[in-house]
Design a protein around this ligand. Structure first.
Ligand code: ADP
Length: 393
């Protein structure tokens, strides 16, 4: 407990943009996140007062950090599961706990568990050898999606392979692998919910996550023209997964929409990019909700504040290695799109890196999306071509 305020201390392991935005949500609750940062330059370490620099892979560092915390939670899923279990054995309240988090850390464990629960997903199989892969390919057809169960290899964790030859390097790398059928994806959706240790659950509207080259570029909330029954089914599925796995905090269930229904792609047990829109677009943001949930407070209303909200990620392009003129662009974009909210994460711009996002709200999807897109393109590339909706439109 914080002696000055009488309020509990929440510690977050990791100090990236999710921690930065959770810290922002902690302030009106009378709190200030305690952070375990890799470096004093991490996005959240730049703005929070109570920062410890340490290595999340080292149990000694985790133990030292946990000592001052009433609850420990995460900005990422890379903390070794056995270290989380060790903290729990020490009596530390960790949310989500190691038993649940395992299914967000290990794709093989996740597929096994969800299949046992009867949750729909792409057909899959563990693969260790070329023969395993060929057998699975003969059953479900090529191309296949090969995934590292944990971590990755050569900076990647997902490979689409047309033949077993394509997979030779990955198979030889000695990482635990699974193969999935390549699902006929119409679009990608996310069902984001929160669950408290008490068992209360709350679901935001199901969103569409628009992908380009395997990266989420926009989130449309709610998912346009999504059948109401399918939306309810997705929310119920996410709440059921959270209850059965014992997830506490925010859970994002990434989904594929196909002609034959929904398939679960993967799980994230922390605030997630697909719910950044909730900062302005919902009565309770995912960051406030995550705090409420891990503290076992009653959850807030997830009700939308506008008929349509669009979030566009700010991604560094291959061209602009240095954020030249970003301040000037912020200035102009504020003038041109006064209703669009800008979030910058305090990161250096690098090709492909997510350095922030923008959010627009309104009634008409095409207008709202156009404004978010235009502001994001302008902020990142100084590109005004996509501006179909200048101020006042
Ligand atoms: P990561 O952990 O790197 O986010 P994902 O498992 O979410 O990896 O996969 C990244 C992307 O690859 C997905 O968003 C989707 O576009 C594509 N993908 C993943 N699995 C499949 C699959 N079984 N079929 C078709 N596309 C897939």
């Amino acid at each position: 407990m914080d002696e000055r305020t009488g309020l509990p201390v929440v510690g977050m392991i990791g100090a990236g943009q999710l921690a930065r935005m959770t810290h922002q949500a902690a302030i009106p609750l009378g709190q200030s996140l305690r952070l375990l940062a890799d470096s004093p330059d991490d996005g959240a370490a730049l703005v929070a007062a109570d920062v410890e620099v340490g290595d999340f892979r080292e149990l000694a560092d985790l133990r030292r950090f946990a000592r001052g915390c009433d609850v420990v939670t995460f900005d990422h899923e890379h903390v070794p599961n056995e270290h989380i279990a060790a903290l729990e054995a020490d009596g530390v309240a960790v949310h989500p706990g190691s038993a649940a988090l395992r299914y967000a850390q290990d794709k093989l464990a996740m597929r096994e568990r969800l299949s046992a629960m009867g949750v729909p997903g792409p057909r899959w199989a563990p693969v260790a050898t070329r023969a395993d892969l060929e057998r699975f390919g003969a059953r479900v057809g090529w191309p296949l999606v090969l995934k590292a169960a944990t971590g990755g290899y050569d900076g990647k964790g997902v490979w689409v392979v047309d033949t077993a030859d394509d997979a030779a390097d990955v198979l030889a790398a000695g990482v635990r692998l699974l193969a999935e059928e390549k699902a006929p994806i119409a679009r990608e959706l996310a069902a984001v919910i929160a669950r408290s240790p008490f068992g209360q659950g709350a679901a935001w509207p199901v969103v569409e996550t628009v992908q380009r080259d395997g990266i989420c570029v926009e989130v449309l909330a709610p998912a346009p023209d999504l059948d109401e029954d399918v939306a309810e089914q997705a929310q119920a599925l996410a709440l059921r997964i959270a209850a059965e796995l014992g997830v506490t905090g925010v859970l994002a269930v990434e989904l594929f929409e196909t002609r034959d229904g929904l398939l679960v792609n993967e799980l994230a047990m922390r605030p997630h990019n697909s719910a950044h829109w909730t900062i302005e677009g919902a009565r309770t943001s995912q960051f406030e909700q995550h705090l409420r949930a891990v503290l076992d407070y009653p959850l807030g209303a997830p009700t939308p504040t506008a008929p349509v909200t669009v979030m566009a990620n700010l991604l560094g392009g291959a061209d602009d290695v240095v954020p030249k003129g970003i301040d000037e662009r912020v200035h102009h974009s504020m003038a041109r799109w006064p209703d669009v909210k800008i979030h910058l994460y305090g990161k250096q711009l690098r090709p492909g890196r997510k350095v922030g996002h923008v959010t627009a709200l309104g009634v008409d999807l095409a207008t709202v999306r156009g404004r978010a897109r235009a502001a994001a393109d302008y902020l990142m590339h100084g590109d005004l071509n996509s501006d179909a909706n200048a101020a006042g439109a």
